[in-house]
Ligand binder design. Structure first.
Ligand SMILES: [Zn+2]
Length: 518
């Protein structure tokens, strides 16, 4: 916390200028008033007004920037998680920390009884993406260090801001029910939500509002993304002098390489929507010693229906590698296993109305200039920041696979949809330095504020209009009968609290020093 405060003070002059710009920019947004202002219930107007205050925008903007600077990898988000949990606790929420076997997982609760509305919030970074904020060309803070290439720094921050706004309205207007923030670590390794569900953290939750950063402002519904097994295969062989007596040794690395060749042949015979990729975690330390230990980390992705069969065939490739190399397949550690997203249409329709009510933030000249410079650098169309919110469209008729999120499991145990809020530059690339550059400073502040307004307004609807919540519940209950939740996560799997430790330990102090010297 001390480091963070010092760093924040150094940005004070920049931030003051941003705050003035933000106030001017947001004041012209639809939620702040004007002739076209739609009729809004007093409870909802309170959350919009509370989030519109310059001090609110600045407070949560600074939290987002601090988490961006920490750039903590999954399950190493100690400072990020603490900052968010402390903020919610100081605002009157009851916070439980270190849940579901994960030190950085927390749940913050305000109120009691039904209905129970949950907000999801992620806060982890990605490896290798370090980049200076709002610099439109590749320029790392620390070469090789992690960076927020998916905007997760702004995401749990938006959920926390929304939850506190809702609490203010609950107090002022005597609204009954419960609002919860699910502080969800390690989304980038899709590794918290199945464990959180297994522990029972979501029991009794009536509806869930998820959020994700975006280059637009919208929501969607239907089945999307891929289900996934994330597994580390470890082989054990026998060491030997690679030149002196190699016939004595049995190379564990050989097994990894044979497995990888086999899975690459397997690709031809899998459905087109599958995705499969791997990195070698251990493969020996010097060519002149036969490696007796090697491991490879696989992401195996397919539809809910196709995943288990595809995974079984990948396991066969691992066994084949071990057999051919004469080594042992010592372990298959399932880091996580998740379902596709099954987003609720009634939830998306409700969220869309609030997205339209909030409207796209007004971007100033500096923000447009940064966007165009970044678009030029990336060879994208130089169209600046987005002007309008997205329309709610029916899901695409053709499924072509793609990424995964552990929100998928949540969508199967409670009606859930995701509010995508702006901040990124159209043309910037996800999981790439260009997205890291976007999610620091003014556009991230405005984007997360707009997202928080849409989340809070939707939570108010679900808390105060039983007929709206009933629509989500009815759809969910009918859907669940056809698609009951059965976790892919094996019963004995444990959260991978160790997985990113070494990497984060390597960069944590270097990042702190680099930013301190800024
Ligand atoms: Zn993400």
């Amino acid at each position: 916390m001390n480091n963070s405060s010092h760093r924040l003070i150094r940005y004070r002059s920049l931030l003051s200028a941003l705050v003035i710009a933000l106030v001017l920019g947001l004041a012209s947004g639809p939620a702040a008033g004007g002739a076209a202002k739609p009729k809004v219930a007093k409870e909802k107007q309170l959350v919009l007004d509370w989030l519109d205050k310059p001090e609110t925008i600045e407070k949560f903007g600074k939290i987002s920037d601090a988490i961006w600077e920490y750039a903590e990898l999954g399950l190493q988000e100690f400072e990020s998680s603490k900052l968010l949990a402390d903020t919610l606790e100081a605002a009157g929420f009851t916070v439980e920390r270190g849940l579901a076997g994960m030190p950085t997982c927390f749940v913050a609760t305000y109120g009691s009884g039904k209905p129970v509305i949950g907000l999801l919030g992620e806060f982890d970074a990605l490896p290798m993406l370090s980049q200076k904020g709002r610099v439109p060309k590749k320029d790392p803070v620390v070469e090789g260090a992690p960076g927020h290439g998916c905007g997760h720094n702004a995401m749990c921050t938006a959920a926390a801001a929304a939850a506190i706004a809702v609490k203010e309205a609950m107090v002022a207007h005597g609204i009954k029910g419960t609002i919860k923030v699910f502080g969800s670590p390690a989304e980038e390794i899709v590794a918290s939500r199945p464990y959180m569900i297994r522990t029972g953290l979501f029991e009794g939750v009536d509806a869930v509002i998820d959020n994700h950063s975006s280059d637009g402002f919208g929501t969607d519904y239907g089945v999307g993304g891929n289900a996934l097994f994330s597994t580390i295969f470890t082989f054990k062989g026998k060491t030997a002098h690679s030149a002196g007596a190699p016939w004595v040794g049995r190379s564990a690395l050989d097994a990894v390489e044979i497995m990888d060749v086999a899975t690459n042949y397997l690709r031809e015979h899998l459905p087109i929507s599958q995705r499969m990729h791997y990195v070698i975690l251990e493969g020996g330390e010097a060519p002149n010693v036969v490696p007796d230990k090697a491991s490879v980390w696989y992401y195996v992705r397919s539809t809910d229906e196709g995943l288990e069969d595809m995974y079984r065939r990948v396991v066969d490739c691992a066994k084949a590698g071990a057999l051919a190399a004469g080594v042992e397949l010592a372990s298959m550690r399932v880091v996580s296993a998740i379902h596709q997203r099954h987003a609720n249409k009634a939830a998306a329709e409700l969220f869309q109305k609030n997205i339209e009510l909030v409207g796209m933030p007004t971007w100033d000249d500096e923000e447009q200039a940064f966007a165009k410079a970044l678009q030029k650098e990336l060879g994208a169309e130089q169209k600046g920041m987005p002007k309008e919110v997205d329309k709610l469209e029916a899901p695409s008729g053709m499924f072509v696979g793609g990424g995964s999120s552990d929100v998928g499991d949540v969508t199967m145990i409670a009606p859930t949809a995701t509010i995508g809020f702006p901040g990124s530059v159209p043309g910037a690339i996800g999981h790439h330095w260009s997205n890291v550059a976007c999610f620091y400073g003014s556009t991230a502040w405005k984007g997360l504020n707009a997202g928080a307004k849409a989340i809070a307004a939707s939570a108010i609807d679900l808390l105060t209009k039983p007929e709206e919540l009933a629509k989500l519940r009815k759809e969910f209950e009918e859907y669940s009968k056809l698609h009951p939740y059965k976790p892919f996560l094996p019963a004995d799997a444990q959260p991978p609290n160790d997985l990113n430790k070494e990497l984060m330990d390597k960069y944590r102090s270097a990042l702190g020093k680099a930013l301190a010297g800024k």
